[in-house]
Design a protein around this ligand. Structure first.
Ligand code: NAD
Length: 438
């Protein structure tokens, strides 16, 4: 099939590349000429494991091309995927201007029947909105259909998630239109949910809101564990064995960040409000998440004598999670901004995300590795759970620090071991009392 993918970000580039790998002819479009130039040179504008090899292979086989010419790409395609960003506005609503802009441009290029598939995460009703925009702006009365096909990939494992999704959701106006998109995904042999457009749009928000709820729930339990002397890791293990609960997303830490959970949970609250429903549960989930990193920072400040003024703090991990370079709503940004505002000097390390962080914080020191980030610090804070931090030579780290204060925001180290090595070790929801009982 001839496919056009609009937006070559984390979703669009991976989706287009995988569709080309399945044998389709794919044109990926972006209005960012810099990104397209990079892709045409064979360079990746984002970090995603396995992506570069798959792009290269499909470009060589001429199934995958890149352009800034949206009209031409739409004209050459039967199916057009919208994969543009829907970033949050200050009031929590998603900014729909990129989706609206893409729909207008599609309308102007519409020359024969096409299926327009919305893959961006958008509020219920966007299918109708896109339909209306295209009807208003198309030059001739060409027929078209609008489908919702929300994306569930996770950055860091996006290729695998696209090839082996838990489910594929297709929200279409008719069975016949749904079958056209189903045909595209059929080679993956994964469970398909065929539904109406509004339900498909809601499945995406409900799923992300539920995952965010799990995280804020376990973080709240962790905070209680700290007070009562229980160990949240034991608690989540005990909870996760119940198949009705499941073990995933029960890791206590600094809270969720990234380009999806914070914005999607806020967007669902504002959609509910718009329709007269106060989604109190989700508002609390968001509030717990906003407090979580600040609580951790309070504990750090207390451990450092009540002030960060003039102190050197090391940060391990900057990306919002491991295996990505994405800094959108990363917990590191919140922590570093607070540390700097309170007079601390920050030296940070991340395996992939340093260049993206430099654009946000040009004034901090960037280390070449974890050891350099720890050197001379009065506290070392683990912010992202990169695998390479799990097996560091911690004796070397401790010896190089001015004070061996280790704040593990992702619970990646064994508390007993860290204390034995001489660290003043702090983590989330695992108390000293609990360590002693092991
Ligand atoms: P992104 O910001 O990485 O990429 C979006 C791209 O769209 C940008 O390169 C931008 O230049 C381009 N663009 C915007 N308007 C355009 C236009 N009119 N023509 C051509 N290109 C245009 O975004 P992303 O992370 O890939 O997310 C895209 C959507 O998918 C969002 O709605 C997001 O919520 C959703 N989503 C993201 C993830 C994720 O993990 N990143 C997962 C699932 C769903």
């Amino acid at each position: 099939m001839n496919i056009c993918v609009i937006g070559t970000g984390y979703v669009g580039l991976v989706t287009g590349t995988v569709f080309s790998d399945l044998g389709n002819e794919v044109i990926c479009v972006d209005k960012d000429a810099g990104k397209i130039a990079m892709l045409q040179r064979g360079e990746m504008p984002i970090y995603e494991p396995g992506l570069e090899e798959m792009v290269k292979h499909n470009v060589e086989d001429r199934r995958l091309t890149f352009t800034t010419d949206l009209a031409e790409a739409v004209k050459r395609s039967d199916v057009v995927f919208i994969c543009v960003g829907t970033p949050p506005k200050p009031n929590g609503e998603p900014d729909m201007s990129f989706v609206e802009g893409a729909a207008q441009e599609i309308a102007l290029a519409l020359d024969r029947y096409k299926v327009i598939v919305n893959k961006s995460t958008v509020p219920v009703g966007t299918g109708d909105l896109v339909r209306k925009i295209i009807e208003t702006h198309r030059k001739t009365a060409v027929d078209f259909d609008v489908v919702s096909n929300p994306e569930f990939l996770r950055e860091g494992s996006a290729i695998k998630d696209t090839l082996e999704p838990d489910r594929i959701v297709i929200g279409a106006p008719t069975q016949q239109v749904a079958m056209k998109i189903l045909e595209l995904y059929a080679p993956l042999e994964r469970p398909m949910i065929l539904t109406d457009v509004a339900s498909a749009e809601m499945i995406k928000y409900a799923s992300n809101a539920f995952l965010a709820t799990k995280i804020s729930f376990i973080n709240s339990i962790a905070n209680i564990c700290e007070a009562v002397g229980a160990d949240v890791e034991q608690v989540s293990k005990g909870m996760g064995c119940d198949h009705r609960i499941g073990a995933a997303f029960l890791n206590a830490g600094l809270g969720y960040g990234g380009s999806c959970f914070p914005k999607d949970s806020s967007a669902l609250v504002t959609t509910a409000e718009k329709y007269g429903y106060d989604f109190r549960l989700l508002r609390s989930v968001i509030e717990v998440n906003q407090q979580q990193a600040l609580r951790f920072l309070d504990r750090l400040r207390q451990a450092m004598g009540g002030s960060f003024e003039g102190k050197v703090v090391g940060i391990l991990g900057l990306a919002f999670k491991a295996n990505t370079d994405d800094m959108r709503d990363a917990k590191s940004v919140e922590l570093i901004a607070n540390l700097l505002a309170e007079g601390a000097q920050v030296q940070a390390y991340d395996p992939i995300a340093i260049e993206n962080t430099r654009r946000i914080f040009p004034q901090i020191c960037y280390a070449k590795n974890a050891y350099e980030a720890a050197e001379g610090t009065e506290a070392l804070v683990v912010v992202t759970e990169w695998n390479e931090f799990k097996q560091l030579n911690m004796e070397r780290i401790r010896a190089s620090m001015k004070r061996p204060l280790l704040f593990d925001g992702r619970n990646i180290y064994d508390p007993v071991k860290m204390r034995r090595l001489g660290f003043e070790y702090h983590c989330v929801g695992r108390t000293t009392a609990a360590f002693n009982t092991r």
